[in-house]
Write a protein that binds this ligand. Structure first.
Ligand SMILES: Cc1cc2nc3c(=O)[nH]c(=O)nc-3n(C[C@H](O)[C@H](O)[C@H](O)COP(=O)(O)OP(=O)(O)OC[C@H]3O[C@@H](n4cnc5c(N)ncnc54)[C@H](O)[C@@H]3O)c2cc1C
Length: 480
């Protein structure tokens, strides 16, 4: 596998400052195409659910593309599919724990190392929708999927979104062709989910021209062979009040600078399951989620992502609801809207899905009022309530997934897509299930709810923590 355990950064590492335009000639056969750029919708659909609002215009109708774009997608997809079917030997890759050079060259020729790099830098410049479509094929092989994702979804992403023009011109052309491989170096032996605790340090040299980076990175995909690395390190900065503070900065590190050593590649039990994905409960729902929004929920450990989702939404709702909560405290309780107009005469959901849409509407309204009462109950201390926040995130994830399947299936029925009856069945099954799960979660979130088990969970955690071990004796420890 191309996943190395260790990168040690020591000695002098120059920060890529004196950059110069180096636009490589990286023409390949997709470059002459007109590329698909599906427009990103702008409203915060998921955040507004925290307010009990359903911005239907954001998610209905399901994203549509023009016929000529569809043709382009198929032209792009076909050679990639052919390559994966005929030239990628996944069993060999898994057995030998290496992607053969000819396979890597094939991926490079297909432009797959520069899927989202703009055309002006030699990439394919594709939209998230197209990236997701190609991802359906590249993920047929776990090792390839991880290699490509570490390269472009994280490794070079910093240069793409935050790099200056010189840095882009210097690095992106070679990264787009795969001549250079990128890696993202955040995790350390003592710092994983808690990324702010990294210890790698960058210090400015006395002449003020270079940074010296010192530290150890761990579990870095592409770490053993990457040419360009985005490395996170602490630096001392002086803030506005003249106080010295540690801040975290991302550095572009070229292996060619010297001083970077890699440990032995880490052997893993398959790579397919290695990236923690945020999965709703069925393949169909996961697939739909990928298409409905430009930024699907993805990557990271589940607990941390759930906290992120819940806190982002609660903070948003908190800001908007401050005035309303004051009113509630005075006893002026508002009325909850349950009909969001998804069904009926001007409804956006197909009539065959009315029952599922109604369940979604009920849950969405109930969720909005629950968020309000949680903010009323906890105020800012909600950030301490991890068990509460997990439930909030779970409801939100279910609501989002319900939206996605309702939107997609409404479109499938309306345009007479083959086998849409089966989609209706899947959607109704999922929505019914999610509806009851949401009802249970929302009930648990009510004050003094008998369904709430948090007190027991906290007690168990305290006892395990105190003992730093599993507390129970083994049943075979002794006889009666
Ligand atoms: C195959 C693979 C490839 C990787 N590639 C890269 C890479 O390219 N670049 C890179 O920088 N890193 C990479 N990583 C590292 C990855 O980002 C970390 O594994 C991840 O951030 C989790 O950190 P950790 O493993 O130290 O687990 P920990 O942070 O120790 O977490 C262990 C468990 O505790 C839970 N947990 C942690 N904190 C909390 C909390 N406050 N509340 C509740 N639960 C909590 C977590 O959800 C998790 O279940 C890779 C890892 C793997 C396995």
């Amino acid at each position: 596998m191309n996943l190395n355990k260790l990168i040690v950064l020591s000695r002098s590492v120059k920060l890529g400052r004196n950059v110069f335009a180096a636009r490589g000639a990286c023409l390949h056969h997709f470059q002459s195409r007109r590329f698909i750029r599906s427009s990103a919708r702008s409203l915060a659909y998921a955040k507004d659910l925290f307010l009990g609002k359903v911005n239907k215009a954001e998610v209905f109708p399901y994203p549509e593309i023009r016929n000529e774009e569809l043709e382009e997608i198929n032209q792009l997809v076909q050679p990639v599919e052919k390559f994966f079917n005929e030239d990628v030997d996944s069993m060999k890759i898994d057995h030998e724990a290496v992607i053969p050079p000819e396979t890597l060259n094939g991926l490079k020729e297909l432009g797959l190392f520069g899927i989202q790099i703009p055309e002006e830098y030699g990439g394919l410049g594709l939209s998230n929708t197209m990236y997701a479509r190609l991802g359906e094929i590249t993920s047929l092989d776990g090792a390839i999927a991880v290699t490509l994702a570490a390269h472009q979804a994280i490794g070079l992403k910093g240069i793409l979104i935050a790099g200056n023009d010189d840095q882009k011109a210097k690095y992106l052309p070679k990264l787009a062709t795969g001549e250079h491989i990128a890696a993202f170096c955040l995790t350390e032996p003592g710092s994983g989910s808690d990324a702010a605790s990294i210890q790698t340090r960058a210090t400015l040299t006395e002449d003020g021209k270079h940074f010296l980076l010192n530290g150890t990175k761990f579990w870095i995909s592409n770490g053993g062979w990457a040419d360009i690395m985005t490395v996170f390190a602490r630096t001392e900065v002086v803030d506005k009040d003249g106080q010295k503070k540690d801040k975290i900065t991302a550095f572009i590190v070229e292996r060619a600078f010297g001083g970077v050593t890699s440990g032995k590649p880490e052997d893993k039990l398959g790579i397919r399951g290695s990236n923690s994905k945020f999965k709703p409960s069925s393949t169909f729902v996961l697939e739909v989620n990928m298409w409905i929004q430009p930024r699907p929920l993805d990557l990271g450990t589940n607990e941390i992502l759930r906290m992120y989702i819940a806190l982002t939404g609660m903070q948003y709702a908190g800001k908007i609801l401050t005035g309303k909560i004051k009113e509630i405290k005075k006893g002026n309780v508002g009325v909850v809207t349950v009909d969001f107009g998804l069904t009926g005469k001007d409804g956006v959901v197909h009539p065959s899905l009315t029952e599922s849409a109604k369940m979604f509407e009920q849950n969405a309204a109930h969720f909005g009022s629950t968020v309000e009462s949680l903010l009323y109950r906890y105020g800012k201390t909600i950030v301490e309530e991890q068990l509460v926040l997990k439930k909030v995130a779970d409801v939100l994830i279910n609501l989002y997934a319900m939206t996605a399947v309702l939107s997609r299936t409404s479109r499938s029925i309306s345009i007479g897509l083959r086998n849409h009856d089966h989609e209706v069945l899947l959607t109704n099954t999922f929505c019914k299930d999610a509806h009851f799960k949401n009802n249970f979660l929302l009930t648990q979130l009510q004050k003094n709810s008998p369904e709430n088990n948090d007190a027991n969970i906290k007690k168990i955690a305290q006892e395990v923590l105190a003992k730093r071990a599993y507390v129970c004796s083994h049943p075979l420890d002794r006889t009666f």
